[in-house]
Design a binder for this molecule. Sequence first.
Ligand SMILES: Nc1ncnc2c1ncn2[C@@H]1O[C@H](COP(=O)(O)OP(=O)(O)O)[C@@H](O)[C@H]1O
Ligand SMILES: [Mg+2]
Length: 312
Amino acid sequence: MTLTQDAPVRTDAITVEGVSRSFGSVKAVEDATLTVPRGHVTALIGPNGCGKTTLMLMLSGLLRPDAGEIAIAGHDPRTDAAAVRAEIGWMPDQLGSWDNLTCLQTLTLMGEAYRIPRATARARGMALLHRVHLEEFADRPARVLSRGQKQRLSLARALVHDPAVLLLDEPANGLDPRSRVELRDLVREFAAEGRAVLVSSHVLAELDEMVDDAVFMSKGRTMGEHAAAMVADARLKYRVDALDPAALQEALSRGGVEFEPTATGAITRIADEANAAQALAWLIRQGVQVHRFGPAGSALEQTYMAMNEERR
Ligand SMILES: Nc1ncnc2c1ncn2[C@@H]1O[C@H](COP(=O)(O)OP(=O)(O)O)[C@@H](O)[C@H]1O
Ligand SMILES: [Mg+2]
């Protein structure tokens, strides 16, 4: 008996096939194809203007595709808009202007818009304010919030109806480092609860520690279904630096370890954290004075570069 045999059949929360949308002569999204599984955070990465927001608007049912198929938990936004709205939490790139409402009023009203009874919506709003660490702002108008706090209110607003699928459009945009870390932790928690999360950004570094899979977009098109495998592979690369790089390289050669020499040490592949711990202990036992040992760098960045190489 293995885990994979026992696991339930995987149903993807979002499937998109051959979706296109133009604005006049601008092909904002062209033949986009992707899947977003439950329990994962999937990144939607690409430069400004590549079509991320347009794609997300179509997923949330706010914009009609010209062509292609979309399914949100099995529902088609074109024919089953109400079911899609119930499944989806949408965090737009701008909070919008509900500035005169208090944070709790904002969430309560949003809940009522989803036909949740007022008392329940209020209780859920309060619970969400705790969750995003805004409880002390419950009765203060949203306009007094800082940018990072507004982003967190926006996140809470997207969660009011307990959606199975979360679409976050550039949520880390303009956040300070601390807010970014908090956002990352929240997003990981939502995925751990079994939700599917699709998070867009044009800044690779923002997403590196947040996501499991990545979909890259360029000029309206999604680039290759194999990005996830490339990201996973890039994550296996470790950089090891030692006071005496030659001694490190010698030890690796003796141990039969494949590596790429660098000026300060080596880059090698390590399967997982347990293997990394073993490898480090082994190097120390060999008398190598290791002063740096860790992932070789941004897995997303490496993938992005590799994909651009392929396209040349
Ligand atoms: N409502 C609109 N009317 C006309 N052009 C639009 C509209 N929305 C987006 N576009 C254009 O479509 C392209 C993709 O935009 P967008 O989806 O906002 O990209 P991203 O979110 O990746 O920055 C851009 O060229 C943009 O100017
Ligand atoms: Mg956008």
